[in-house]
Design a binder for this molecule. Structure first.
Ligand SMILES: Cc1cc2nc3c(=O)[nH]c(=O)nc-3n(C[C@H](O)[C@H](O)[C@H](O)COP(=O)(O)OP(=O)(O)OC[C@H]3O[C@@H](n4cnc5c(N)ncnc54)[C@H](O)[C@@H]3O)c2cc1C
Ligand SMILES: NC(=O)c1ccc[n+]([C@@H]2O[C@H](COP(=O)([O-])OP(=O)(O)OC[C@H]3O[C@@H](n4cnc5c(N)ncnc54)[C@H](O)[C@@H]3O)[C@@H](O)[C@H]2O)c1
Length: 448
């Protein structure tokens, strides 16, 4: 006989964990299934190990700034293996804390995959059946692979975190978050990097900001090939050569990172047994409340194909649990004005509309304010890179609909401004705020 719960959650990544913890806090009996490591993509092969590498890259750059400032004897390469182990230790700590917290919350954790046998019934890999009136699909996504000759010679982002040494020469194929982040951090750590861009870098970000970032990337010695269309990879001696439709053979490289987007984990869920509808790319279709077309079944996070960010999956999971078990019938995630940061070098942060989106929506009512400057810590070292900030405003009262920041510190700077934008920020509010000096952030309240 099937064991019964109030809630079954498929996937213990960012979204599934958040939904489980919150539902358990509201008193629900929760079963959480995942055959993989706790924390899913973000903790194991995403945000956390990536940010760790980005911190290491920041330290590498700080060394060259320090030399210019007058420090001596600070320069040296990263001991890649030492840092890999340190990173793993940090991540193990996170996973252990999740395990402890799940046990304390009374969530029943099953380390196996689940699939639907009916709209209220899940079968586990070991053959057990679980039943619940509410089920959450939070099974995430995985790197997209291409069916081209030699694809297997390269690696995908998951594999980057188990490399045993820094690749000396690497090609990064792609133009999204992952491609740009890895290109920047690997370059800073000492790799020769060639970025193969099919059309345009970072399509969802403000074009002018992306152009400014690309200039800096080129200035750091990253080779950007655009437009580039890779049709095959092949081994030549110990290295890899890419066959590019536009540029001919490129390389040789010691490694190739394919960073081509992600595909949802839905094929093995037997969703037909429950009647859950998917879109053409295999994402679970959801409405504004995370509901699927089947009552009692919801989906959230990367598997839905909406904003693929950890805090989005977490917030969606918490709101859903509040609605289902916390007596909050109106709880749902507002997907508008979600801030995000590309951990490029320097970081690029944005919230709200890009200039192009605002012009499309508001036409001539759009006003743009810009500030470009060399941040003090760079200027002191004789480094000429520029920070670039941009406000997108609309209407006579200059409501701020977009804030875009490129430069050191952008990653930490945007969060507070995103709160203000969400609350209905106007340019006059920025003008009325006294600056913090000397800082980069002050430029946002000093724009004329
Ligand atoms: C390299 C990289 C860097 C990133 N950096 C950032 C960043 O800096 N900031 C940010 O906000 N986002 C970042 N992201 C995106 C972020 O990691 C994802 O948006 C987030 O992890 C999605 O969470 P999720 O819960 O939807 O899915 P996941 O975290 O992918 O979790 C899904 C879980 O479901 C499990 N599962 C699959 N099938 C089944 C099944 N049948 N039964 C049970 N369990 C199953 C999987 O094992 C997995 O653990 C990054 C992603 C990558 C790849
Ligand atoms: N800092 C962050 O918050 C962060 C970091 C990494 C990832 N993420 C999330 O994870 C998601 C996945 O990241 P991603 O970089 O894999 O995807 P992405 O959707 O950001 O970018 C995919 C890129 O691959 C390119 N592409 C697709 N097919 C291609 C092909 N055949 N040849 C050449 N290029 C091709 C696309 O043009 C696009 O530029 C992101 O959209 C983002 O939501 C967030």
């Amino acid at each position: 006989m099937a064991e019964t719960f109030d809630l079954i959650v498929l996937g213990a990544g960012s979204g599934g964990l958040a939904a489980s913890f919150r539902a358990a806090r509201h008193g629900a009996r929760v079963a959480l299934l995942d055959p993989g490591p706790l924390g899913g993509t973000c903790v194991n092969v995403g945000c956390v190990p990536k940010k760790a590498l980005w911190f290491a890259a920041q330290l590498a750059q700080a060394q060259s700034l320090a030399e210019a400032y007058g420090f001596t004897g600070v320069h040296g390469p990263l001991d890649w293996e030492h840092f890999r182990l340190r990173r793993l230790g940090y991540i193990d700590g996170i996973k252990q804390r999740y395990e402890t917290r799940l046990a304390e919350a009374g969530v029943q954790l099953l380390r196996e995959a689940g699939r639907f046998v009916a709209a209220d019934t899940i079968a586990t890999t070991s053959g057990a059946e679980l039943r619940a009136p509410q089920i959450v699909i939070a099974t995430g996504a995985r790197p997209q692979r291409l069916d081209i000759p030699g694809f297997e010679l390269g690696v995908v982002s998951d594999d980057m975190f188990s490399l045993r040494e820094l690749p000396r020469r690497i090609a990064v194929v792609g133009a999204g978050y992952i491609a740009v982040e890895f290109a920047g951090l690997l370059r800073a750590l000492g790799s020769e990097v060639c970025l193969h861009v099919r059309e345009r870098l970072l399509r969802s970000f403000d074009e002018e900001q992306v152009t400014a970032l690309e200039e800096q990337m080129r200035g750091q010695g990253i080779r950007v090939m655009c437009p580039s269309r890779i049709r095959a990879a092949r081994r030549v001696d110990d290295a890899i050569v890419l066959e590019d439709e536009t540029h001919g053979d490129t390389g040789p490289y010691d490694a190739v990172l394919w960073a081509l987007g992600r595909v949802p984990n839905t094929e093995r869920l037997d969703l037909d047994a429950a009647g859950v509808q998917l879109d053409a790319k295999g994402h679970v279709l959801t409405d504004a409340w995370q509901n699927t077309n089947v009552p009692g079944i919801a989906a959230l996070g990367d598997v839905t194909g909406r904003l693929a960010l950890t805090p989005v999956a977490v917030a969606a999971g918490r709101r859903l649990a509040d609605r289902w078990f916390g007596g909050e019938p109106d709880a749902r995630l507002d997907y508008g004005n979600v801030p995000s940061v590309v951990f490029s070098e320097p970081p690029l942060a944005g919230v709200g509309l890009t200039e192009a989106q605002a012009r499309e929506q508001y036409g001539e009512q759009v006003q743009i304010h810009r500030s470009r400057f060399t941040p003090m810590q760079w200027a002191l070292a004789g480094h000429h890179g520029k920070s670039f900030m941009k406000l997108v405003c609309v209407g006579e009262d200059q409501r701020v609909v977009g804030i875009h920041i490129l430069g050191p510190g952008a990653d930490e700077m945007l969060q507070g401004f995103a709160v203000a934008l969400k609350m209905g920020l106007h340019k006059r509010d920025l003008d009325a705020t006294v600056a913090i000096h000397p800082s980069s952030a002050e430029e946002l309240v000093l724009m004329s």
